[in-house]
Design a protein around this ligand. Sequence first.
Ligand code: NAI
Length: 721
Amino acid sequence: MARYELVKRSVALITLTNPPVNALSSPVRHAIANSMERALSDPKVRAVVICGENGRFCGGADIREFAGPLRGPPLIPVLEAIEAGDKPVVAAIEGMALGGGFELALFCHYRIAQSKARLGLPEVTLGILPAAGGTQRLPRLIGIPAALEMITTGRHISAQEALKLGIVDQVTDQNACETALEFALKAVGKPLSPRRVSTLTTPCPPDLDALLEAATMQVKKKTPGVMAPLACIQAVRAAATMPYSKGMKQESELMATLFNSGQARALQYCFFAQRTAGKWTLPSGAQWNNSKPREIRSAAVIGLGTMGRGIVVSLARVGISVIAVESEKKLLENGRQMVIGMLERDAKRRGVSASLNLLKFTLSLQDLKDVDLVIEAVFEDMALKKRVFQELSKVCRPGTLLCTNTSGLDVDALAGVTDRPHLVAGMHFFSPAHVMKLLEVVCGPRSSSETIATAMSLGKKMGKVSVAVGNCPGFVGNRMLKPYLDQATFLLEEGATPEQIDKALEDFGFAMGVFRMSDLAGLDVGWRVRKESGLTGPDVDPKNPPRKRQGRRYCPIPDMVCEQGRFGQKTGRGWYKYDKPGDTNAKPDPLIQNLLETYRSRYGIQPRNISDQEIIERCLFVLANEGFRILEDGMAARPEDIDVIYLFGYAFPRHRGGPMFYASMVGLERVLERLEHYHQAHPDVPHLEPITMAYTGAQKALKSDKLDEAQALAKSCAGRP
Ligand code: NAI
């Protein structure tokens, strides 16, 4: 777990050997303690270098230990022995020094980093804080503002930035270990006291209170209701105002509070859920580890509208050559300019050159003969899409994969018009496609495992979080969205206002409530879909009761809002009013209030006071309820996949873990009981009806040992085995 060697006749080289990231497992902690003892007691040894095997210094905790109780020596005393020793200890950082690994480096007297290494304290993203001295040592080393930023965001930094900040003493393009050995020999005999970070005084700015207050406001705005970054700020305050030992005590107390919080459980669950999502599985038994993806070198995107442009950018920036197709010359030229602008801005931001040479623009599908994969992103119109797929089937070579970006149409119906249904799948990107991380890979009943493996792997290459889902209307994300939106508008009918509903959801943790979000996305899109599906507009039978469709409750208020030309931010009016079209500052609109009052009196609805609790329960439990149906229908493989979709595609607050995890935290029995209650009150809303069996199954799945693993991760990150 750690190799000990005497090199250059006087340097003890301790190499952590715990692949893949040399995590600080119990045997590694043991081995570090023993090796340090040996080095310090051997008179031949004049200096020590600690490095990691296979070009990786240390990635922090060992996830294999998560399932059981952690054993072995606690991390902090092991690290304290390094700092207290009377021989210089140099950390040779290659690859990564993250979490506990970064803290290990901070206990060494010197740090040398290879130029490609990444360093950071990501604990906050798991709902905890760096509790092996990270919050007390980093401020002493680099000052409050820089330490605060790193600790409260969990951001990884480059070796160059670490040098600039004063975290590392030298950056090398060569082997860090070789450089560290030379460095260690030169350090022999130099006084060690100034190198012991625990003895340093934190450089304290005169406006400390104002600085911490500003940081507090910033995290409250960015991550409302999330505890860990606030606790990090408190710990950093301790580093500035208390002696080291007291600060360490404070760090450990704050950690104890976070460690047992529901938020830490939720955030750690998200971490595992995201990893699990890549491990897709199909009802046929095909799965991620028995299906080989094809390599995609060239692709085509059809339709350069809102989605197509972003998809072209996502492909080109990872080195895939793209042929972009439009239907008219003017639209093609417009699309070309937009794509080039987006790619150039993206490249500038990343400090690379834009890969414009990978792009080709055309009006003819004939040019797609030789591409490896096509992504269709034309209007959401089944007849049009079928025509495009028929044409592609004729033009493209037999092995070309044909994918659609439809947001909810039947992927198998499109497969059915081609000569290769096994090579057809959905690749459902989210808007804007070059920014949003989520990709739903839709598996039709005839999609081959190779097709799914290829779409999943292409998504990963594009930096997306890809989740495999089944082929049903709306797939997973949009299928669940419908009942959520319905509840919000039903609550309006019953007496709530858009502001009240949005506030309840924002207090819960959403960055934007449902109505503000709808104004941002544009209300006309949903209106068009409702008109096309005969829910509103001239196709509705006039004898149909206005608030019922197919025997179910229907709320026509969103249609009435659209009929007034109120399409959201882009028209300056929607559920809210804006100073001008395109403005983002939503203000309550008395006209909407009037509309609601008139509507209620027309239908004899007596408005009632609706509590925030009812808003949350009805909007969110119905989301989870549809999730349970999706699981039962086999349209998602596990609750984690649903949660990942909501976290990355619908901005569900991460510290709540996703709709399924949230339901499990509330308690599925309670969710079931509340849904039964609401369904009794609204029997014409089938989405409120819980399927008791589904709950029992989901309860089992949500009780998976992943939560225990997550708890152990927190323990391990905290250096408190
Ligand atoms: P859009 O209306 O912005 O763009 C569609 C583009 O396709 C237009 O530029 C149009 O000229 C072009 N087009 C139409 N027929 C064509 C043909 N035969 N050949 C070449 N180009 C053709 O639509 P948007 O929003 O980009 O949507 C495209 C698809 O993506 C739809 O299926 C939609 O449901 C789906 N989608 C949309 C999302 C959104 O937020 N807008 C999110 C996820 C999926």
